[in-house]
Design a protein around this ligand. Structure first.
Ligand code: SF4
Length: 343
């Protein structure tokens, strides 16, 4: 592993010339009825009813035609194993054909009640190459509980033993609230022995909740970026850290969020280091499921992807912030320079 990035464990992330592939992520809001109680989860747990899988399949085909590789298809937002009805998705042919175009199918689970082998049987029956990327949602309320730690570890070891190279496991926490120094220290300790790629994913679940006001979202996003920076600084001290900002740019690794009823597909700008930010506004919304619509959104996003403070002009990170469309996020949420936001 040459750097702590989400792409790091995936040897296929670079082409023959050593250049990063153009990769795509889909985030489909299709799972429902979660009984878990993770701190800081603001996802809706019902009515995640995106079901226009023909359009998802069409967009995937069009991106592939334009030179992209489909990297991860996330099935969101709730715990996959908590509701067996979630598996009914796989009865739909367009859904199956969409998922099969990807290298990874991404799911989240707390693992507090274990996992269901049936899900893995379904995925591995689709083809011989799909890998499950499992984000284990850590319960911040329980991280100091030895029994909780043992249960999570036991289930992770069992998953690795049963599925080997066909599963990648990392950790995830929700953000948008204050995390204490003791909680940070404990999470960092858990990352070292439980996360395969040495990182923790930070979930901005509050951005998906329509009942939270824009003003409140601004405050929560600042707290969340403080959390991202805090872990970014931690990775920097780690021996396998190569560079703080990876090659993920808006054009090189677009991420699409799919919402249902009516069908809407949004593309997401990125904060260094290195989380996608869902913004439910028209300039991020694709007119239709096509590469051309993606480029149109890129065009209208570029209109406000402008530097935010004088220091940007001479800053060594200007290219990173610009290429990830961080300035979009900063302008929409009035954030300023993300480096100044402390956790
Ligand atoms: S937002 Fe901060 S890190 Fe990005 S270019 Fe401006 S000064 Fe540099």
């Amino acid at each position: 592993m040459n750097s702590i990035t989400r792409d790091a464990p995936y040897s296929s992330a670079y082409d023959f010339y050593g250049d990063p592939y153009k990769l795509v992520e889909f985030r489909m809001m299709v799972l429902n009825h979660c009984s878990m109680d993770c701190k800081g989860c603001f996802y809706k747990r019902t009515e995640n009813n995106f079901n226009d899988f023909a359009s998802a399949r069409r967009l995937a085909d069009d991106m592939i035609e334009h030179g992209y590789k489909m990297e991860t298809c996330y099935l969101l937002p709730t715990d996959m194993f908590d509701n067996p009805d979630n598996y009914l998705l796989f009865d739909n042919e367009d859904f199956r054909e969409t998922v099969k175009k990807f290298n990874f199918v991404g799911i989240a689970a707390t693992l507090e009640l274990g996992y269901d082998p049936k899900f893995f049987d379904i995925i591995y029956a689709l083809n011989d190459i799909l890998v499950v990327e499992l984000q284990v949602n850590l319960s911040i309320k329980r991280v100091f509980n030895k029994r909780y730690q043992d249960i999570i570890k036991e289930h992770i070891l069992s998953l690795k033993e049963n599925y080997g190279d066909r599963i990648v496991i990392n950790l995830a926490i929700n953000a948008g609230f204050k995390i204490t120094d003791e909680e940070y220290a404990k999470i960092q300790e858990l990352i070292h022995y439980l996360s395969e790629d040495g990182i923790v994913e930070i979930n901005f679940t509050f951005l998906y909740n329509p009942t939270i006001t824009d003003e409140k979202k601004k405050d929560m996003l600042k707290l969340a970026l403080g959390t991202v920076n805090r872990f970014g600084d931690h990775y920097k001290q780690h021996e396998s850290f190569d560079r703080k900002f990876n090659d993920r740019s808006f054009l090189r690794k677009p991420s699409f969020v799919f919402l249902g009823d009516p069908t809407r597909i949004y593309v997401n700008p990125i904060v260094p280091f290195d989380e996608y930010v869902f913004i439910k506004k028209d300039r991020y919304l694709l007119e239709e499921a096509s590469y051309e619509s993606f480029l149109n959104s890129y065009g209208s996003m570029s209109e406000i992807n402008n530097t935010i403070i004088d220091e940007c002009e001479t800053c060594e990170y200007l290219t990173h912030c610009m290429s990830k469309h961080y300035f979009n996020i900063a302008n929409e949420f009035d954030l300023g320079c993300f480096l100044k936001i402390k956790g």
